[in-house]
Ligand binder design. Sequence first.
Ligand SMILES: [Zn+2]
Ligand SMILES: [Zn+2]
Length: 327
Amino acid sequence: MTLTTDGQNTSVMSGNLCPAVHHLYFRYIFRIDTTKIILFYTFAPINDPEAIRLWQRSLCESLGLKGRIIISRHGINGTVGGPLAAVKKYVRTTREYGAFKNIDFKWSDGDIEDFPRLVIRVRDEIVTFGVSDEIQVDENGIVGGGKHLSPTQVHELIQERGEEVVFFDGRNAYEAAIGKFKNAVVPDVETTPGFVAELETGKYDHLKDKPIVTYCTGGIRCEVLSMVMKNRGFKEVYQIAGGIVRYGEKFKDGGLWEGSLYIFDKRMNMEFSDDAKTIGVCQLCDSPASRYYNCTNIKCRKLTLACDECVADNERVTCSNCTPINA
Ligand SMILES: [Zn+2]
Ligand SMILES: [Zn+2]
């Protein structure tokens, strides 16, 4: 085990504690200081996804990392967690492969227990829209996608074009229910593969000549969505580089984002500051709510948006179709 400077300081600081307390204290500090999670993706041509899978598997295993990685002939998409030193080594080694040299790794503090397993798979798409054959990639990423805007460039576009600019949510409707850009269009989709059919209904045809800014959690879904939209006649499509995560890092709750960000791990959601608005509504009592729970009926598991009071009242949160155990 490699001790960080912080870890060594901890040992000195807690030197007078009894051994059991010392052990707990040390474990606590060690965990929050040194466990890191990285989120990353890149679109680049991969000739032999299976070979990359085997390489990534042995790399992660040798470093003791857990998480989930998807590889396709269009690129790689992953969430990996583990001790800081091991994650750093993973990043360095992964970047040595030419197609992965420009991967933008997003770092966050995390708990390794959020990732009990290591799952690495080859799929048709690294984010499933059901348009595998429509995707073409070259060394610059997806061919024909929307122009990437930094968070600052998003604001510049709005200054220039005003209310003409349309934010288009590239996530599932339940994600947008707790947080979204002001006045965004939220397509009625429950899963990402639903986007193509939703766009082809014609519901959004009146937006085809407007400047459209697509956004999603970390940017990956908009890489595909913006291309899919352009291919279907939307003329001026942009995407927020790094997604809501990067926008929130820059502007927190002082810009055009409103509410809480849904995230795909045990944390379920996050806010960018203490000023975050609550825009969601508890599905059990209609009070403001920002946090989803899985219905505790194991045959259901439906995501249920519930307020703190309903959660405190019910030992087991259930969706509105299932009966709470103590109701
Ligand atoms: Zn409630
Ligand atoms: Zn249920």
